[in-house]
Design a protein around this ligand. Structure first.
Ligand code: UDP
Ligand code: MG
Length: 321
């Protein structure tokens, strides 16, 4: 059995983009919840300001002033997106245990004791499984399909309905950090890392302020990235489709002389045209699918940094790595 007495630091880390209205209630609740845990070790809070345009930087700076012994704020030079900001949040954490959560109060800190209990039992990753979602029906329906499609098509067993909210042991954070890839679907990388993992059902709360920063377009991009970085099934399906298409086209070619002989070419030519249209669109779809993978390869080869840090606001005693 592990013990919290054996570790020196726990990190609570969050990405935040334009969260001026949520940050203060979020941080108050977070600090309250941590204090209630009566931890035998120290803790730190790392918030990555993902290029916010509202008062987020000022609010975070005032929190660092009020809580200099625990707060570290990392400001990125622009909005690099949820995955990059979460990656930065993990990178700038120093704890032996790291808890990654959103800054909009959707992730309920009431689950912390269960997270820690499971870690003590020996689990290296404890992730929250979203029980009831508070999102709109369309987002709920799309995410339901997304998780199931991803699980069905990925060679790695990805847990259903598990987002980024999770506790990770330092060795898991280090393993994820070492991965060279730039397209980072964190729940996927977390599962990929192996180790001992377990999910805990949690009711996801509603956002306290504003609307999701992700939006349908960003969610769609994230879903596509998860899909194409964790599954080659689209290519497999395409191969199957291409083989069927070839078979049908071959049969049609064989049938052409018979159509001609019977003098019924007119509707058959229409049929042919339809088939040509069908197969060329299938062809196009194939190229699009392929280009998704090519774009990912291009992105990796370019090897630009995932994010740029503008400044780090912290007390001298919390010097960054
Ligand atoms: N976020 C971010 N950069 C972005 C979008 C979102 O750092 O470009 C943060 C956001 O402030 C929040 C977390 O990521 O703390 C999750 O975002 P959001 O609540 O908008 O997503 P949802 O919960 O709707 O999936
Ligand atoms: Mg949210």
């Amino acid at each position: 059995m592990r013990s919290l007495n054996d570790i020196s630091l726990i990190s609570f880390v969050s990405p935040a983009h334009n969260e001026a209205n949520s940050l203060s209630p979020f941080l108050s609740e977070l600090i309250d919840s941590i204090e209630k845990l009566n931890l035998p070790c120290a803790y730190e809070i790392v918030v990555v300001d993902d290029g916010s345009m509202d008062d987020t930087p000022d609010i975070l700076a005032s929190w660092v002033e009020s809580y200099p012994d625990v707060m570290r704020v990392v400001r990125l030079t622009r909005n690099f997106g949820f995955c990059a900001a979460s990656t930065a949040a993990l990178y700038y954490s120093k704890g032996d245990i790291v808890i990654l959560m959103d800054a909009d109060m959707q992730d309920d800190p009431a689950i912390f004791p269960s997270f820690l209990e499971k870690w003590i039992e020996g689990y290296d990753v404890v992730y929250a499984v979203r029980m009831k979602r508070q999102e709109s029906t369309i987002v709920k329906a799309l995410t339901w399909i997304f998780y199931r499609m991803l699980r069905l098509t990925s060679p790695i067993s990805l847990p259903l309905d598990a987002g980024t909210y999770a506790l990770m042991d330092r060795k898991v954070v280090n393993a994820i950090e070492k991965l060279p890839e730039r397209n980072r679907y964190i729940p996927g990388l977390r599962s990929w890392s192996g180790y001992r993992q377990i999910g805990i059902p949690v009711q996801r709360r509603q956002r306290i302020h504003g609307r999701s920063r992700m939006g349908l377009r960003k969610l769609f991009d994230l879903a596509m990235m998860a899909f194409f970085t964790f599954s080659y099934t689209p290519l497999f399906f395409f191969r199957l489709l291409a083989i069927c298409g070839l078979g049908i086209a071959f049969l049609l070619i064989l049938a052409c002389p018979a159509f001609l002989f019977l003098g019924h070419m007119n509707w058959q030519s229409v049929l042919m045209l339809l088939m040509v249209a069908f197969f060329s669109s299938v062809n196009l779809l194939g190229i699009v699918l392929l280009s998704e993978y090519v774009a990912l390869v291009y992105d990796e080869v370019r090897n630009r940094p995932l994010y740029l840090v503008d400044r780090i606001i912290e007390n001298q005693s919390l010097e960054h790595r």
